[in-house]
Design a protein around this ligand. Structure first.
Ligand code: NAP
Length: 257
């Protein structure tokens, strides 16, 4: 990939791994874009820009201005808005896009999972499942749980959660990866009897699921938004690198008469 500029839409561990791989390649410039939600993000290799683009048009303008050759959407599986914008902008500018989506988790023997279509659906299910909730769905959208005054919540997030929060809430600021021992201890110490999680997938935050299984706790699992369709999709960094090679060669061949 000589003389290529790749934009990685980041905010995940895989995006950092990808940036490190690309930055180590000769004649390759990699820029990672972060949304700016976290005050002290883990910085990737290569160039970094922070903050929204101003919708798909803003992103398209940036791609043209910075002469980007390909975009990798390596955002979190629940970051559906930026993924849709990336697809629109790459198509409008006429450059390849590939999407890195780590696989979701799947239930195994002993798991007591309750699928939910949204945070509101998860909140509606909770009163029938427990009284003391470990809520690990991130710092946003917790208003869905704010009316559950009869339940106690332990909310864990990297940055302080955005109000409104449920009245009986204890906030724990922490960033993964987490261990099964640590998660087991946390569940016991706080007397947790139900866990709520997004189906984020990946190893960094999976230990809570193992701990919940060991303690036979119910887990409400919020389903992912649908994966983008009609785009090149890979489950990991190696897959994206392979896809990128092919996409960039085809794009270069298309430009040659
Ligand atoms: P979102 O709902 O899909 O995006 C909302 C807006 O935030 C986008 O329209 C865009 O603003 C801006 N944005 C999002 N990701 C961006 C990026 N990588 N670079 C520049 N601008 C970005 O996304 P979100 O759920 O707020 O997630 C934001 C970031 O946090 C993502 O990078 C994601 O990987 C990470 N993250 C999300 C979750 C989650 O559960 N959603 C969990 C962990 C990490 P403009 O329209 O102005 O361009």
């Amino acid at each position: 990939m000589p003389g290529t500029h790749i934009l990685v839409l980041g905010g995940t561990a895989e995006a950092r791994q990808l940036a490190a791989e690309l930055a180590a390649r000769p004649a390759t410039r990699v820029t990672t874009s972060l949304a700016g939600r976290v005050a002290q993000p883990r910085m990737p290799a290569g160039d970094v820009r922070i903050g929204g683009f101003g919708g798909p048009e803003g992103l398209g303008g940036w791609l043209r201005e910075q002469e980007v050759d390909a975009v990798v959407d390596a955002t979190h599986p629940f970051a559906a808005v930026i993924s849709a914008h990336a697809a629109q902008a790459a198509a409008a500018v006429g450059i390849p896009l590939c999407v890195l989506r780590r696989p979701g988790w799947s239930a195994g023997p002993g798991d007591r999972w309750h699928p939910a279509d949204s945070l509101a659906d998860a909140a509606a299910q909770l009163p029938a499942l427990g009284r003391s909730v470990f809520l690990t769905t991130g710092r946003l959208g917790l208003a869905a749980f704010a009316d559950l005054g009869q339940l106690r919540f332990l909310v864990r997030s990297v940055e302080p959660p955005e109000p409104p929060l449920p009245p009986h809430t204890h906030v724990l600021l922490a960033r993964g990866p987490f261990t099964v021992e640590g998660e087991r201890e946390l569940l016991r110490t706080h007397g947790i009897d139900v866990l709520v999680t997004k189906d984020s997938g990946g190893p960094a935050t999976a230990a809570k699921l193992t701990a919940a299984r060991e303690l036979s706790l119910p887990v409400v699992v919020v389903r992912r938004p649908p994966a983008p369709t009609g785009v090149a999709l890979a489950p990991d960094v190696a897959g994206v690198l392979e896809l990128l090679g092919g996409l960039l060669s085809r794009a270069a061949a298309g430009r040659c008469p």
